[in-house]
Design a protein around this ligand. Structure first.
Ligand SMILES: Nc1ncnc2c1ncn2[C@@H]1O[C@H](COP(=O)(O)OP(=O)(O)OP(=O)(O)O)[C@@H](O)[C@H]1O
Ligand SMILES: [Mg+2]
Length: 472
């Protein structure tokens, strides 16, 4: 899982957890408050009835009491309103038929006895559950009557449900908005935090690929900024070290070159008889010396080429070039080597291959390297085929062999300097090489604005392709 996804996931989880937790607590508290509020409302209605009943007892004017009862009747939650004397005689009732009656119901008898707010629930004859609120009416500290209101439990529950639903809806809306803002916030935060890490990663990749002048631009003033600074410093020091290494290699190779040239020259003089007639044994020894010196010379040339490429100092001397001729000459040159291993080289050259503008020596270098690799990594009695195709804006050359092939994980790497497929050296006879050939070839192809790639099946063979543009 990517760091950004991990961080976004955790931050989102935290936001969801906190906001949901807060919302649930808020909802519970709000619900409790609403229920209490409803209860207080009911008590205040009974309290109102007590006040109006007191007025009635003082003035004996029934109008006010009846008006209040009429007003209460409109409330859907109220089933009945009763004001009775301490003897249980009903002085006012929502049902006028019961006026003057003595309330003998158990609820009524219990209510009369109370000295303070008394709440009881019961089921009436119609099967409805009623909650009866009774509050005594005191006149000059003397209990003078009982005010009672019967509330329908069903309606009360409905009212509670409705308020709870409305509250829930409101809290849900706010929670949703909070969640959206929170999740967006955590995504933006994850993006902001991981952007410099991404930059550091791609910078490290570039440095790993050898681009030591890479500078990572992270302007953060935090630990990531400090890390980027250290990274840039490290890349700078690596570049200095690399430069020192390059300087060292090129001075060593230059120093080796002059004595080697004179060794080779003197070997040639020996062969030409400058020191008299040579015996067979002397010729053999001198041949070995000549071959070793040639190899050392070509290694030095490869090192110098790579150094030139790395410094951007390799230059092309372009001239009109007939690829067909150059290819045929190269094949002829390598036929001797191929014969030694009983390898056949076939060529397939399209007609009318146009003359292109390229550096002849460098193109020969490409073909030499690819062909010598093909022979080197193909066992005896193998087959090598070379093809030139004229494809729209470029020429495409391919060199195929049925040799040992390259493992898929190494297909990219073999074009890097000093990279050779692991264990390959033990499988080949003779000169093992140093892994500079393909790096030089790739640089030369790219200098010509062409492309190079390889297709290979391990154990079956490889085909190296390169293109050269036709335009100058
Ligand atoms: N035709 C091929 N078949 C199989 N493997 C190949 C082939 N060409 C190249 N390789 C692999 O790629 C590696 C790099 O090739 P490259 O030409 O750069 O180096 P080299 O041939 O080992 O040494 P040098 O070219 O410096 O003498 C080789 O060591 C080999 O493992
Ligand atoms: Mg090679």
């Amino acid at each position: 899982m990517k760091l950004k996804s991990k961080f976004s996931f955790l931050a989102t989880l935290l936001v969801v957890f906190i906001i949901s937790g807060v919302s649930i607590c808020w909802f519970i508290a709000e619900r409790r408050y609403m229920i209490n509020q409803l209860k207080e409302n009911q008590v205040s209605l009974v309290d109102g009835l007590v006040q109006v009943s007191k007025e009635y007892l003082i003035t004996k004017d029934q109008i006010l009491l009846l008006n209040y009862i009429n007003f209460l009747v409109h409330n859907k939650k109220i089933v009945y309103v009763i004001f009775s004397g301490v003897d249980g005689k009903i002085l006012a009732h929502t049902d006028i038929h019961r006026l003057g009656e003595t309330d003998k119901t158990i609820v009524g008898i219990k209510a009369i006895k109370t000295e303070k707010l008394f709440i009881q629930s019961y089921q009436n004859k119609k099967g409805k559950v009623i909650t009866d609120y009774a509050l005594p009416v005191f006149m000059e500290r003397k209990k003078s009557g009982i005010a009672r209101i019967g509330f329908s439990r069903e309606e009360l529950n409905k009212a509670i449900k409705e308020t709870v639903f409305q509250t829930g809806k409101r809290i849900f809306g706010i929670t949703l908005v909070g969640l959206i803002i929170g999740i967006l916030g955590s995504l933006i935060l994850a993006q902001t935090l991981t952007r410099p890490i991404k930059k550091l990663t791609s910078g490290a990749k570039m440095i790993g690929k050898g681009k030591l002048d890479t500078i990572i631009e992270v302007n953060n003033k935090d630990e990531l900024g400090a890390l980027a600074k250290e990274f840039n410093l490290m890349a700078f020091q690596l570049k200095e070290l690399d430069q020192m290494k390059q300087d060292f290699v090129s001075s060593v190779t230059h120093e080796l070159r002059s004595p080697l040239t004179s060794i080779m020259m003197y070997i040639d003089l020996f062969f030409k008889g400058a020191t008299g007639e040579l015996t067979e044994k002397q010729r053999n020894f001198l041949n070995i010396m000549k071959n070793s010196s040639k190899r050392l010379n070509s290694f030095i040339n490869d090192l110098l080429d790579i150094a030139k490429i790395e410094r951007g100092k390799m230059e092309l001397i372009k001239e009109p070039l007939n690829m067909t001729t150059i290819l045929q000459e190269t094949i002829q040159l390598f036929n001797i080597q191929a014969d030694e291993k009983n390898i056949k080289i076939y060529s397939k050259i399209q007609e009318n291959i146009p003359v292109i503008s390229a550096d002849q020596n460098k193109i020969r270098q490409i073909l030499n390297n690819l062909l010598s690799n093909a022979i080197k990594f193909t066992p005896e009695k193998g087959i090598i085929s070379i093809e030139i195709q004229n494809i729209s804006e470029y020429l495409q050359v391919s060199i195929s062999d049925n040799g040992m092939g390259v493992p898929p994980e190494d297909l990219e790497k073999i074009f890097d300097k000093f990279k050779q497929v692991r264990g390959v050296k033990n499988k080949i006879k003779g000169h093992k090489g140093t892994g500079l050939g393909l790096a030089t070839v790739k640089a030369i192809v790219q200098l010509h604005r062409g492309e190079i790639w390889v297709e290979s099946i391990l154990g079956k063979g490889s085909t190296f392709y390169f293109t050269l543009p036709k335009v100058k």
